[in-house]
Write a protein that binds this ligand. Structure first.
Ligand SMILES: *Cc1c(COP(=O)(O)O)cnc(C)c1O
Length: 424
């Protein structure tokens, strides 16, 4: 026991020395634009509650009603006896909201990616992911055993090169089977082509920029690949029906697997896949994170469903408009230092606004010092470091929500400008 703790102590010291040590900060209030931390009220610019629904009366009411009717726990996995009505209602709402044949909910976004990708791919297959996809996609890819290839962030040429390679690899394999080439090991049963899955996010979680989805869809068609798009940071914010960026760009019907989370703009918790009836039935049968895990509590499902309801209402549209107003205001506020602040539409590839403003600092310890400085001034902004982003790419990640006031944003941008000017 003593040597075990000593060993971990040494590892923790190493983490500290690299400026990568993390600790939990207890929040003594509900989520919202203001949170209580260590006895102080801070303006919260760190949450993904983009529409301010996490503490919305309608979501709380739905959760309370679900507890009263269905209890606190869910009893078992969905396939045993935990498939409570609130889960089915949530999935009907999700499919209707997204305009897909069917939907399946998971206990988290992480579990969604893990279950879905490992169900769809095996070791004879190929998975191609954007360099900046969320850790859950990378972990799922590794667990699936498929060959993992990474394309440079939003780089269509790089993606196409890899797709070409994947197709060549398959053709080579076919010819090996036909005996046109000999002496190489046959790894797949004859005639079984390897599946190629491309995975990207629509709005990237730590950079706030958008993927060129129209072009990616064209490429996946050209090379016969499947496409999975994670809309964690886009659901509720883009498109006429607020379904996400795939709606706004008109490609929803061409994406095999639409993923998202229930814990960001939807204000609750969990993850989902939307797609064809066959996809959903297949996942129910094969997604291990779904099969072997207790169903989410009924309150979570009911709250998420209420979130979808609000999102589709005129109140949802009003909240979205408020969010974009704050985003524009923040962009104007940080314009004098826009070379340091990044926000989606500065990049030519895909001119899209997002609610995520990363201030790239680089050095890990410096990013932590800036976050501490901001906290002293009354703002809660997280320093994002490795392994969430690459080493040497540490940043402050500012996220705006519809619940922030115009004054909150003005005060934040002036504090940020001061910090940036002091820094340089
Ligand atoms: C948050 C997030 C997830 C994970 O969702 P959880 O519900 O928090 O597990 C997956 N993908 C992306 C892009 C995310 O930002």
């Amino acid at each position: 026991m003593a040597t075990f703790d000593q060993e971990l102590g040494r590892r923790l010291t190493a983490i500290r020395e690299q400026g990568l040590y993390r600790e939990l900060r207890c929040v003594d209030s509900a989520q919202g634009p203001r949170i209580e931390v260590a006895g102080r009220t801070l303006v919260n610019f760190s949450s993904n509650d983009y529409l301010g629904l996490a503490n919305h009366p309608a979501l709380k009411e739905a959760a309370i009603r679900a507890v009263e009717q269905y209890g606190a726990g869910s009893g078992s996995a969905r396939l045993i006896c935990g498939s409570l009505a609130p889960h089915h209602e949530l999935e009907e709402s999700l499919a209707a909201f997204k305009g897909t044949e069917a939907a399946l909910s998971f206990s988290s976004g992480y579990a969604t990616a893990l279950g879905t990708i490992t169900a769809l791919l095996g070791k004879e297959d190929i998975i191609i992911v954007d360099k900046l996809v969320h850790a859950c996609v990378v972990d799922a890819a590794r667990l699936s055993g498929a060959k993992l290839r990474v394309f440079a962030h939003n780089d269509l040429d790089d993606l196409e090169q890899i797709l070409k390679w994947a197709n060549r690899r398959d053709e080579l394999h076919e010819s090996q089977i036909k005996g046109e080439k000999s002496g190489t090991r046959v790894t797949r049963p004859p005639g079984k082509k390897s599946r190629i899955l491309v995975v990207t996010e629509s709005i990237f979680s730590m950079d706030g920029d958008a993927a060129p989805l129209v072009e990616i869809v064209a490429l996946k068609k050209k090379y016969g690949a499947w496409l999975m798009v994670d809309e964690a940071h886009a659901t509720g914010l883009y498109g006429a029906k607020r379904r996400g960026l795939v709606e706004e760009l008109g490609v929803a019907g061409q994406i095999e697997i639409q993923m998202g989370t229930l814990g960001k703009a939807l204000g609750a918790s969990g993850g989902y896949i939307c797609g064809s009836r066959n996809l959903i039935d297949f996942l129910i049968n094969r997604a291990r994170s779904f099969i072997f895990s207790t169903a989410p509590v009924p309150a979570a499902a009911a709250a998420a469903r209420a979130g979808i309801h609000i999102m589709q209402s005129s109140e949802g549209e009003k909240r979205r408009q408020t969010l974009w107003e704050r985003v524009r205001q923040c962009r104007t506020g940080v314009a004098p230092v826009s070379d340091i602040f990044r926000n989606g539409d500065r990049r030519d590839a895909c001119p899209t606004l997002s609610a995520i403003f990363p201030l790239i600092v680089g050095d890990e310890s410096k990013a932590v010092a800036l976050a501490t400085q901001l906290r002293l001034e009354g703002f809660f902004v997280p320093a994002i470091r490795y392994p969430t982003v690459a080493r040497g790419r540490a940043r402050l990640r500012v996220t705006l929500t519809a619940a922030h006031s115009s004054d909150d944003v003005v005060r934040l941008t002036s504090a940020l400008l001061q910090i940036v000017n002091r820094k340089s």
